[in-house]
Ligand binder design. Structure first.
Ligand SMILES: [Zn+2]
Ligand SMILES: [Zn+2]
Length: 446
């Protein structure tokens, strides 16, 4: 059905995929192997739309739509969340194919438009319940809350995803595996995710009659709010009808203040992933009684002994409108430094995606290790931590070392030839900075 033509036609289809504006005949495939990786192919469009959002926001409000520290943090979390896919097939697909192969009741035709539209509804319905339960069950919230940890709302936030959430969503799709072919499911799983990219913006205010059916920027702004009226509302993926049907819809009203009710105040990606789990672990052991301990895991994040399942609404912190996002001040050069080095890691990530089938497991692991170390170091630099320079020296040395050994070289990478010069200069810079800092500390003590 769908052809594999390239060029402008393919680019236009990829662009439309971001808005779910694709026809069944353009996106139906006989086998799972034929299904394109629409998410990976969207990376250039993500970048293009982020630049466009910056421009429109500047024209509308004389204000940029994002901050460097928060943006790098969101993109770092986005890269981290996709790294397991480099090594393993997604659990969503593994479990789906297993149920389809062993337990399917009947087969809908993969090329029928009816199957396509039914899967569109089925994937979105499953997403609604997965998303709702991810907010209402503490152990699942620990994974999902990373997406809500930004205090900005822009297209960077769309890419702020959890590593762990990928391992909690699979079970909600399994009923469809009883009758919908995996190739159709794999297409809609990606389109549903891609649709949710463009709705993370403040530059689109209202879409008129479309607001009644579709999940829109306005509806999703409410979902990301920490104002009491926004809590546990608007869980929809592509459609808002599920929220209207199941009573979780709320229209945008007072100015939305974004983020978690208790902000994490960090840009460090590993800490952002693990801190909620540490919190649950501590609460689990601190709460007396076996049933209460189970409730810590399976009731809402606001639950405590004697409280209703989802906690007490009056305990949600009041919004004054004077909330200030976490924004440690750093010198301008450090922002430039972080942007340049993040671009290097993005290049390495895109290159890894393009060459993964040609690389050994050892090389893949080494490259992912360097990426994780780099993103951690950028987080600490953006927080202006005193010891961040030392970690950055170590990171640059490791990067340069494994580059010299040939593990990072690739014909696809456009920055390859400048790596040696760039990293040597950076090591020298951070050694001088660290020495300066330690000398000034010694002087103060004297
Ligand atoms: Zn959510
Ligand atoms: Zn969101």
């Amino acid at each position: 059905m769908a052809s594999a033509a390239g060029g402008p036609w393919a680019a236009a289809l990829q662009l439309r995929a971001l808005f779910y504006a694709v026809l069944p005949r353009e996106s139906s495939f006989r086998t799972l192997r034929e299904v394109p990786n629409y998410v990976e192919k969207s990376i250039p469009f993500f970048v293009g739309f982020i630049v466009l959002e910056f421009a429109v926001s500047w024209i509308q409000k004389r204000k940029l739509s994002g901050r460097i520290n928060d943006g790098i943090s969101s993109l770092s979390l986005g890269i981290l969340s996709r790294l397991p896919d480099v090594l393993f097939r997604s659990l969503d697909l593994i479990s789906y194919v297993y149920v389809w192969d062993n337990y399917r009741l009947f087969e809908l035709h993969w090329h029928s438009p009816c199957t396509w539209y039914l899967t569109f509804l089925g994937v979105d319905f499953a997403y609604y319940w997965f998303h709702r339960i991810s907010h209402e069950v503490n152990i699942l919230w620990a994974a999902h809350q990373i997406h809500h940890s930004s205090e900005d709302y822009n297209l960077f936030t769309a890419l702020r995803q959890s590593v762990l959430q990928r391992y909690t969503s699979w079970m909600f799709n399994l009923p469809m595996a009883l009758f919908i072919p995996p190739s159709v499911f794999a297409v809609h799983l990606q389109f549903n995710l891609l649709y949710q990219f463009w709705i993370h913006t403040e530059v689109i205010t209202n879409l008129g009659p479309l607001e009644f059916i579709l999940n829109t920027p306005s509806h999703h702004r409410v979902h990301h709010g920490r104002n009491p009226y926004c809590i546990d509302k608007n869980y929809g993926g592509a459609l808002i009808i599920w929220d209207r049907i199941f009573g979780t819809f709320e229209a945008e009203d007072a100015k939305v203040v974004y983020g978690l009710t208790h902000p994490v105040n960090s840009f460090e990606p590993i800490l952002l992933q693990l801190r909620p789990l540490a919190h649950i672990w501590n609460m689990f052991w601190a709460t007396p009684g076996f049933c209460n301990k189970l409730s810590v895991l399976f009731k809402g994040p606001g639950w405590g002994p004697g409280k209703p399942r989802l906690g007490l609404p009056e305990e949600i912190p009041v919004i004054t409108g004077k909330e200030v996002p976490y924004n440690p001040s750093v010198p301008a050069y450090l922002n430039c430094y972080a942007v340049i080095h993040f671009a290097v890691i993005m290049d390495l990530y895109i290159d890894l995606l393009a060459t993964v089938t040609m690389l050994s497991q050892g090389t893949i692991l080494l490259r992912t290790g360097v990426m994780i170390l780099s993103l951690t170091s950028f987080g600490l630099l953006m927080e202006n931590r005193p010891k961040a320079g030392i970690l950055e020296i170590i990171r640059c040395l490791i990067f340069l070392g494994i580059y010299k050994l040939g593990y990072l070289r690739s014909e696809f990478s456009f920055l390859d030839y400048s790596y040696e010069v760039l990293f040597s200069l950076c090591i020298a810079f951070w050694v001088i900075q660290t020495l300066k800092r330690s000398t000034s500390c010694t002087d103060k003590h004297d």
